[in-house]
Write a protein that binds this ligand. Structure first.
Ligand code: GLP
Length: 250
């Protein structure tokens, strides 16, 4: 198996959002030169918040990007009605898409309320196959090494496709605050697969905070295997990690 070394950009903690936003703008505009309507995968979570804030603040300057790129959500809970504020898609609209004015037709997302979640996963996989490739996959790192909702273990094979998954107790706990209690968290989700993401032309992994330092170290140094799903990023070229100093010190 290939073991590529990702490029790592280290920032001060208070300039993480600014630096990552600047890097993404540069990559988005490069993608715009290569593809008529670049396809970009976006994550939710605390990590990208400061970045979306910077992108929203400066959005008027880069209408070329916001009007032409297509944005796809990385993952989604199952079983919530359209518009529910707990949807990752609703979160992404509030934090980013509405604020920079992404046209509705350029927003691609999972239908959480689909009657058959497995068919919804298959439909998304087919959509990416027919409308891809993914030009840029922007990703966050789960505290347990997950990417999207590709949780540690054999289900997250490096050639896995978009599918229905069950969250680990650890992820349910991590998302409890967002749901108003651990017991309320919907434990099933739809996620782009690692194999789907591995075909992206390039990937940008965002990591900040001391609480991510141990998993980032493990992701970079432990054997490439599904018990740390993020290690798949060492099997593909074109990966950049943007980490703040706190996440680099174990
Ligand atoms: C969540 C999401 C991921 C996200 C990750 C890290 O469960 N499914 O897409 O990247 O965990 O979240 P945070 O940035 O809040 O640490």
């Amino acid at each position: 198996m290939n073991d590529f070394r990702p490029q790592i950009i280290v920032t001060e903690s208070d300039s993480f959002g600014e630096t990552a936003a600047g890097f993404l703008i540069e990559r988005f505009s490069e993608a715009l030169k290569q593809a008529r309507m670049p396809l970009v995968v976006l994550p939710t979570g605390n990590t990208p918040l400061a970045i979306y804030k910077c992108l929203a603040r400066d959005h008027a300057h880069r209408r070329d990007i916001w009007d032409h790129a297509r944005f796809l959500t990385l993952d989604e809970y199952v079983g919530l009605p359209p518009g529910d504020e707990k949807l990752f898609y609703s979160w992404l609209c509030r934090a980013f898409m509405d604020r920079v004015g992404i046209p509705q037709s350029h927003r691609v997302f999972f239908h959480s309320d689909a009657p058959d979640p497995k068919a919804e996963a298959d439909a998304m996989e087919a959509w990416v196959r027919d409308n891809g490739p993914i030009d840029i996959a922007v990703l966050g790192l789960g505290g347990n090494g997950h990417i999207g909702m590709n949780e540690p273990g054999p289900d997250s094979a490096f050639d896995s496709v978009t599918r229905l998954v069950r969250l680990t107790p650890e992820t349910v706990r991590a998302n409890g605050a967002y749901w108003g209690g651990e017991d309320k968290v919907q434990p099933t989700a739809l996620t782009l697969g690692l194999g789907t993401l591995a075909k992206a032309r390039e990937s940008v992994l965002l990591v900040n905070g001391a609480h991510k330092a141990a998993i980032l170290r493990d992701m970079l140094n432990k054997p490439v295997a599904t018990d740390i799903p993020a290690t798949y990023l060492r099997t593909v070229p074109g990966v950049t990690i943007i980490a703040d100093r706190a996440a680099m010190i174990v």
